[in-house]
Ligand binder design. Structure first.
Ligand code: B1M
Length: 237
């Protein structure tokens, strides 16, 4: 049977994978994870493209390939088995793969649902999770103003005001930078603007209890949930 032709008719070039193909898909995804751990950006990019060409689900490539690889690197970093340069090259490889996945993961709706300003808070340079949030928000139909990393409270607020935003989204990856989310919320309060904006927070060290403690409206654990929640929050307003 012509496997390539057999399962067509699925959206976006995706189709049912047969047993032999499923095994190959698992192999290629594992290889992506391993190459990412070695920081081989070009190879990661090529293999992600190959995986997409084979019809492997982009979410599987992201979760079981790229993110799984980054988790391994994170564990080694924690145990001092690898250091900042190795983590940086792994992060570059991750971004190389994500760039290819973005158009597949993001199905932009016609009507913009609202405007979001998004950034990683002051003192924090981690941007991979924040970039995923930006990507998924765009996919959920938001106009997104990406403020980048190391973002000061005034910048969050000034840009939200200038852009007439609906929602302010903050990311933090360090236990030392997560308290800065409170600084941003306090600054909004002082300017009498707290009620004007929906505030969402996320990032590995952050949780729901912390969100409640600092007076954020929402904590979401991952980029897809962030986008769904933002959409619901803006449309319910
Ligand atoms: Co850093 N780093 N790092 N690092 N780094 C962590 C975070 C750490 C946990 C590693 C470890 O020790 N195990 C640790 C923090 C410990 C702590 O605070 N308790 C750590 C440290 C200590 C540091 C430095 C201080 C190291 C040093 O210099 N000695 C330093 C700090 C620099 C700074 O920011 N000022 C540093 C530097 C770096 C690199 C530059 C080398 C690199 C970042 C490169 C880059 O981002 N461009 C890096 C990396 C890559 C990591 C790890 C390995 C991976 C982070 C990541 O990208 N994960 C990380 C270990 C780990 O997390 N296991 C680590 C993948 C990403 C998709 O996940 O960002 O969590 P994440 O995003 C998730 C969710 O959290 C959520 O959505 C995403 C999934 O869909 N999410 C949101 C994120 N933001 C959201 C916002 C939302 C909603 C959901 O709404 C608004």
């Amino acid at each position: 049977m012509d496997l390539a032709a057999a399962g067509t008719g699925w959206p976006d070039g995706q189709r049912i994978l047969y047993k032999e193909e499923t095994d190959m898909a698992a192999e290629i995804v594992v290889e992506i994870s391993e190459l990412l751990q070695k920081g081989r950006a070009k190879n990661v990019k090529n293999l992600v493209q190959e995986a997409l060409d084979q019809g492997i689900d982009p979410k599987e490539i992201l979760n079981d390939g790229l993110l799984a690889g980054m988790m391994v690197v994170g564990g080694k970093f924690k145990r001092n088995e690898v250091f900042v340069p190795e983590v940086l090259v792994a992060a570059r490889a991750m971004n190389a793969g994500i760039t290819l996945l973005e158009p597949k993961l993001v199905e932009v709706g016609n009507e913009p649902v609202g405007k979001a300003v998004v950034g990683t808070v002051k003192g924090d340079l981690h941007d991979i999770g924040k970039n995923l949030v930006v990507m998924m928000l765009k996919g959920a139909g938001f106009d997104v103003v990406d403020l980048g990393t190391d973002v000061e409270a005034d910048v969050f607020i000034e840009r939200a005001e200038e852009e007439n935003a609906d929602i302010i989204c903050m990311s933090a990856l360090l236990t030392t930078t997560m308290p800065y989310m409170q600084t941003v919320i306090d600054a909004l309060q002082e300017k009498g603007l707290r009620e004007k904006y929906i505030v969402m927070i996320g990032g590995a060290p952050v949780n729901d209890a912390f969100a409640k403690q600092i007076g954020a409206d929402y904590y979401t654990p991952d980029a897809a949930t962030a986008a769904e929640t933002a959409r619901r929050a803006v449309t319910d307003r």
